[in-house]
Design a protein around this ligand. Structure first.
Ligand code: ATP
Length: 290
């Protein structure tokens, strides 16, 4: 196990824990466990990226949280509810999941119906449902698609609808399982902006399975899985500084980090820039002082 992994069980200080796993295990075939003794606590309001190589069990892990798959051992507590037969429906109300393929997520015959369907399940007053419908359709830029049948939408539009449907229910925990892989760069950045806004509200805990460097950098914390175990629990910066860990996770450094490393090798210590302008501002003095 990588030394960087620091298991966390209990609340640090007064922090409320949204997601807690203690020694959780699971195998599709009991003889071959996919996940072994996973222990993890995520405080309310935290944004966690879950990373790791293909097939290491990231999707399996998040499906255990709302009993889409049955854990074979250990304890899961979601928003104070211990996961048991009787608490599954309470727990499912606390968790919204957006998957990679939006086709599997449509229920309504139109976009509007699809968003309203989830809200009806929460038994909200009609005015509140209408208000959320319009707020989240506007946030995701899908107001003009409300009367469309899901079959008439592009992959990226379908994913925006799926995200709007989940966010409109305002679950305390939102899980994205490679949910932005269908989105173009602009839409992906918009989604990151929406999540950043949600983070400032402090009400949402975000778990995001991703291989995307920008999404990883946006998180508060990165949990890395490999070989059925958590091998690291670090900040995004710690991950991107650790070339061994990056290789274990099959990840690359973000472009500005690679550029900074190359410049450093050539004697220019410009640090990591967030964008092109900052990069030029940082490199310019080196050229100017020659
Ligand atoms: N329904 C299933 N039945 C049997 N084995 C499965 C099933 N779903 C997944 N697996 C296996 O479990 C392992 C973990 O799969 P999982 O989808 O959780 O990985 P992942 O880390 O999310 O992968 P990726 O990054 O490719 O999406 C893989 O070896 C996969 O083949």
């Amino acid at each position: 196990m990588n030394e960087t992994y620091r298991p966390v069980h209990a609340a640090a200080g007064e922090e409320q824990i949204s997601v807690s796993l203690k020694e959780v295990s699971f195998g599709y075939d009991p003889e071959h466990p996919i996940l072994q003794d996973i222990t993890l606590a995520v405080p309310q309001g935290q944004w966690v990226s879950i990373v790791g190589p293909n097939g290491c069990g990231k999707s399996t892990l998040v499906k255990l949280l709302n009993a889409l798959l049955p854990k074979s051992g250990g304890e899961i507590v979601i928003c104070g509810h211990k996961l048991e037969e009787e608490t599954i429906s309470d727990i499912r109300q606390c968790i919204g999941m957006v998957f990679q393929n939006p086709d599997n997520q449509f229920i309504g015959a139109t976009v509007e119906e699809d968003i309203l369907f989830g809200l009806e399940g929460l038994c909200l007053p009609y005015a509140e449902m209408e208000s959320r419908l319009h707020v989240y359709a506007a946030k995701l830029g899908i107001d003009h698609l409300m009367s469309k049948h899901p079959g008439e939408l592009s992959g990226g539009q379908k994913q925006r609808v799926a995200i709007a449907s989940i966010l409109a229910m305002e679950p305390g925990i939102v899980i994205f399982d490679e949910a932005s892989s269908m989105l173009d760069e602009g839409s992906r950045n918009e989604l990151l902006g929406i999540l950043q806004e949600m983070r400032t509200e402090g009400k949402y805990t975000i778990l995001m399975i991703t291989h995307d460097a920008d999404e990883i950098l946006a998180a508060d914390r990165v949990v890395a899985l490999a070989g059925g175990q958590i091998i690291a629990d670090v900040t995004p910066e710690e991950l991107f500084r650790d070339e061994v860990l990056l290789a274990e996770c099959h990840l690359q450094m973000p472009y500005p980090w690679r550029l900074a490393r190359e410049l450093h090798r050539r004697g220019i210590d410009a640090g990591v820039a967030a964008d092109e302008k900052e990069l030029i501002d940082r490199i310019w003095p080196f050229n100017y002082n020659k």
